[in-house]
Ligand binder design. Structure first.
Ligand SMILES: NC(=O)c1ccc[n+]([C@@H]2O[C@H](COP(=O)([O-])OP(=O)(O)OC[C@H]3O[C@@H](n4cnc5c(N)ncnc54)[C@H](O)[C@@H]3O)[C@@H](O)[C@H]2O)c1
Length: 326
C-alpha cells in the first residue's frame, strides 16, 4: 500500500511518518512525503534513509507534480499547510494559496486517480471560540483568523468532494499539539527555547486564553485511527488533552525551566484572539476507540528536556526566523 503524506517535514506530519515507519506490521505502508520545505519544514525531521520512505520536495499547488504522485498513491494523509496564526495576521496570501488552492489541487488529483482514502487534517480552530462547553462535529464553522478561515475553507472543500464526487474523504479537527520537533515560533517551544537562552517570553494580554493541549503522538494515533477505521465523509474531533489558560501554561513552563515571572513580558494581545477552544471528542472515542495516552505533566517535562538536549535542531531555525524578521 502506498501512502502519500503531505507536509511531513513539519511538526505533526514528521511524527506521524515516524510512527508508521516504526511499525513492523505486515500491512505497514510505503510512504511518499510531499513537502515544499518552507521555513517550517526541515529534512532533519525525517528518517531519510528508511527503505519505506521516499521524499519529494515540491508544492501541493503544483498540479503536474501532484498528478504524478497521485497516480501511485492508494491513500493520502494531507497535513501540508501554512500553520501559524500570527503570520496569517501579518499576511493571508500564502495561507489562502497553500491551504485552500493546495488542498483543491490535491483533491482533484486524488479524484482523477481514484485514490481510496483521503484524510484531511483540519483543526479545532475552524469552530471559532467557545466560552463554555465543547463543540460536537455538527457545530457550524465560524473561524476568526485568516489561518482558521483558510483551514475552514479547505475542510469544507474536502467534505464537498465527498458529497459531490463520492471521494472517500475523512476530516480530523484536533486541538493544540505539543511535543518535540515543533517549530520554535509556536508558544511552547518559543517560551522554552527563550528561557533556555535566558531570554524573556512574550505573553499575550492577560494570558486568559484557554487551549486544550494534546501530545502530538496522541494526535497522530487519532489520525491513523481515522485513516484505518473511520467512515467516508465523516468528521472526527480529536482532543482530550489538558485545558490551560496561557497564564497557567506559562507558570508551568517557567517552573520547568527554573525561571520566575520576571522573565515574562506582557505584550499587546493578538488581534481577534479566540478566548477558548474545546472539542467534544466522544465520537472518535466511541467509534474508533481513540483515547489520549499521554499525561500532560510527563509529556511537558519530556518536551522541555528534548529542547534542552537538541539545540542543534532549533538554534538554526530560530536564527533563520531572526534573520527573516531583520
Ligand atoms: N500544530 C497544531 O497544534 C495543530 C493542531 C490541529 C491541526 N493542525 C494542522 O496539522 C497540520 C500540520 O501542522 P504542523 O503544526 O505540523 O505544521 P508545520 O507548520 O510544522 O508544518 C507544515 C509543513 O507543511 C509544509 N508546507 C507548507 N506549505 C506547503 C506547500 N505549499 N506545499 C507543500 N508543503 C508545504 C511545510 O514545509 C511544513 O513542513 C496543518 O494542516 C495544521 O493546520 C495543527
Amino acid at each position: 500500500m502506498n501512502l502519500l503524506v503531505t507536509g511531513a517535514a513539519g511538526f505533526i506530519g514528521s511524527r506521524y511518518v515516524r510512527m508508521l515507519l516504526d511499525s513492523d506490521a505486515p500491512d505497514a505502508p510505503r510512504i511518499t512525503v510531499l513537502d515544499k520545505l518552507t521555513y517550517a519544514g526541515t529534512l532533519d525531521n525525517l528518517e531519510l534513509g528508511h527503505e519505506r520512505l521516499e521524499f519529494v520536495q515540491g508544492d501541493i499547488c503544483d498540479a503536474a507534480l501532484v498528478d504524478k504522485l497521485m497516480a501511485d498513491a492508494d491513500q493520502v494523509v494531507h497535513l501540508a499547510a501554512e500553520s501559524h496564526v500570527d503570520r496569517s495576521i501579518e499576511g493571508a496570501a500564502d495561507f489562502v494559496r497553500t491551504n485552500v488552492l493546495g488542498t483543491q489541487t490535491l483533491l482533484d488529483g486524488a479524484l482523477r486517480h481514484g485514490v481510496r482514502t483521503f484524510v484531511h487534517v483540519s483543526t479545532d480552530e475552524v469552530y471559532g471560540s467557545i466560552a463554555s462547553g465543547s463543540w460536537p462535529e455538527t457545530h457550524p464553522l465560524s473561524p476568526n483568523s485568516p489561518y482558521s478561515a483558510s483551514k475552514a475553507s479547505s475542510d469544507l472543500l474536502a467534505l464537498a468532494y465527498h458529497r459531490t464526487h463520492g471521494l472517500d474523504v475523512r476530516v480530523t479537527r484536533c486541538s493544540n499539539n505539543y511535543g518535540p520537533h515543533q517549530f520554535p515560533e509556536k508558544v511552547i517551544p518559543l517560551f522554552v527555547t527563550n528561557l533556555l537562552d535566558g531570554r524573556k517570553v512574550p505573553l499575550y494580554g492577560e494570558g486568559l486564553n484557554v487551549r486544550d493541549w494534546l501530545h502530538v503522538e496522541d494526535h497522530c494515533l487519532g489520525i491513523d485511527l481515522v485513516r484505518t477505521k473511520g467512515r467516508p465523509g465523516e468528521v472526527y474531533n480529536i482532543g482530550g488533552g489538558t485545558e490551560l489558560s496561557n497564564k497557567e501554561l506559562t507558570a508551568l513552563l517557567l517552573e520547568a525551566c527554573g525561571a520566575t515571572w520576571d522573565m515574562v513580558e506582557h505584550v499587546e494581545d493578538r488581534k481577534g484572539h479566540d478566548l477558548r477552544y474545546s472539542v467534544d471528542w466522544s465520537k472518535a472515542r466511541d467509534e474508533l476507540g481513540y483515547h489520549p495516552r499521554h499525561d500532560f505533566a510527563t509529556g511537558l517535562a519530556r518536551t522541555v528536556a528534548w529542547y534542552r538536549d537538541n539545540r542543534a535542531w532549533w538554534e538554526p531555525l530560530k536564527r533563520r526566523v531572526a534573520e527573516e524578521r531583520a
